[in-house]
Design a protein around this ligand. Structure first.
Ligand SMILES: Cc1cc2nc3c(=O)[nH]c(=O)nc-3n(C[C@H](O)[C@H](O)[C@H](O)COP(=O)(O)OP(=O)(O)OC[C@H]3O[C@@H](n4cnc5c(N)ncnc54)[C@H](O)[C@@H]3O)c2cc1C
Length: 384
């Protein structure tokens, strides 16, 4: 089906992202896996291309574009390359930077955003804790006012599974500032990697996405001045609820783009690989299977395109973003599993993109709110 949501400007932007992927990412694909990191020079190059500053106002070094379709194109093209780059760059530019843009004071924006846009300062966002991620309102990390009248805050606790956690220069963290108020007692702070008492664990050993670093963050009496509070005290939970739909839509966009890309590569494989004297794709079972997969991807893309347009116009609801997130993650995992099957034994070999994509995708049903939590949100909206 022809796609109608992108115009010429969007497509030229897509070309520049593709060029970046081909020139900067593809040659490093293997070394990023071996070294378990996206090197700084790649972040800086992406920053130079303007990919991190799409929605950062021009006065703070960004492009100030108020059109989510550009973010979606970036997510699609990175998603086609691999899930890890898409998620690490997404956490930085598409997920965490918007908190500073929306909630930061003029001084905070001036202090952090130019280097966020340039890729010199890498962002992470810390919500999940060892004791739980789904029940965000129950988080335990605390910030209490120092009793010396300085207005400083003292932060104690820890976060886990934090994307970009090991490399990050700045971390936006959700902490409890009022133990008596549940969700209304949560606030956001920006920590800088130099803050005394702020330490990082080693990158965690994951099943997939080896290129991304995922770490624990520890806060041991981290003393920060009052101007590290991001947004109003007690408004952290509400801010997260407002920002999570974009994170979930971004996931859906990248995940379905990845599924389509690997499926296309698989279709080519099934045209070339022969068994019993004929291409494996020509067996009726496989032909029908591929027809089903293509249909699933295209139908999903149509819903996601609608969500992208709704978000561009400021109308995306949290419930629709939840639908897009769980459905795209599920479809991606189903499609990639069948793609592995169609590759036979090669599909289980790490050197094959299909095998890596399959392992990388599993977490998409878990992070950014598990698929069960997405269904909980949808069910609640139905009055159930
Ligand atoms: C690679 C990776 C990167 C991540 N990056 C980040 C990051 O950058 N920042 C960040 O803050 N977090 C991050 N996370 C954390 C992620 O968001 C959480 O793992 C996720 O929200 C689930 O939380 P949990 O692991 O504590 O599982 P739990 O909350 O313990 O849930 C365990 C199981 O119980 C189910 N469950 C819980 N509550 C309900 C319910 N009400 N109804 C039905 N089922 C329920 C869940 O769906 C899940 O299946 C990352 C995780 C991974 C694996």
């Amino acid at each position: 089906m022809p796609r109608s949501i992108y115009d010429q400007d969007h497509e030229s932007f897509r070309s520049s992202v593709r060029e970046f992927v081909d020139r900067t990412l593809v040659p490093r694909a293997e070394s990023m896996i071996a070294e378990h990191t996206i090197p700084r020079e790649v972040w800086l190059e992406a920053g130079k291309q303007g990919f991190f500053g799409l929605t950062i106002p021009e006065e703070f070094g960004g492009a100030g574009i108020d059109d989510y379709r550009f973010n979606a194109i970036l997510g699609e093209e990175l998603g086609k390359f691999n899930a890890a780059t898409s998620s690490c760059f997404g956490i930085h530019g598409d997920i965490t930077a918007p908190y500073i843009v929306a909630l930061g004071t003029q001084e905070q924006k001036q202090r952090w955003l130019p280097q966020v846009a340039s890729g010199e300062k890498i962002l992470s966002i810390g919500m999940t804790e060892p004791s739980g991620g789904s029940d965000l309102a129950a988080l335990k990390t605390t910030a209490v006012k120092a009793d010396d009248g300085s207005g400083d805050w003292i932060i104690n606790g820890s976060k886990t599974f934090i994307t970009n956690g090991y490399q990050c220069d700045l971390a936006v963290v959700a902490v409890r500032t009022d133990p008596t108020k549940g969700a209304k007692g949560i606030s956001l702070f920006v920590l800088e990697k130099e803050d005394e008492g702020f330490t990082k664990g080693k990158p965690l050993d994951k099943v997939g996405q080896p290129e991304s670093d995922t770490s624990e963050l520890f806060f041991d009496n981290v003393r920060v001045p009052a101007d590290r509070l991001l947004g109003d005290e007690g408004m952290g939970f509400i801010s997260m609820m407002q920002k999570l739909p974009q994170e979930r839509l971004g996931n859906a966009v990248g995940n379905i783009a990845n599924a389509r890309q690997i499926l296309e590569e698989t279709i080519e494989y099934t045209k070339e690989r022969k068994a019993f004297g004929q291409p494996i794709g020509s067996f009726q079972h496989n032909k029908f299977k591929i027809a089903e997969l293509v249909t699933k991807v295209e139908v999903t893309e149509a819903y996601i395109n609608d969500c992208v347009m709704a978000h561009t116009e400021g109308d995306l609801t949290a419930v629709d973003a939840a639908k897009a997130k769980w459905w795209a993650g599920e479809i991606q995992c189903d499609v990639l599993d069948e793609c592995v099957q169609l590759h036979g034994g090669y599909g289980f070999m790490n050197e094959y993109r299909v095998a890596r994509a399959w392992k990388d995708a599993r977490v998409h049903k878990i992070w950014a709110g598990t698929n069960e939590i997405m269904k909980e949100l949808i069910g609640r909206d139905l009055g159930l």
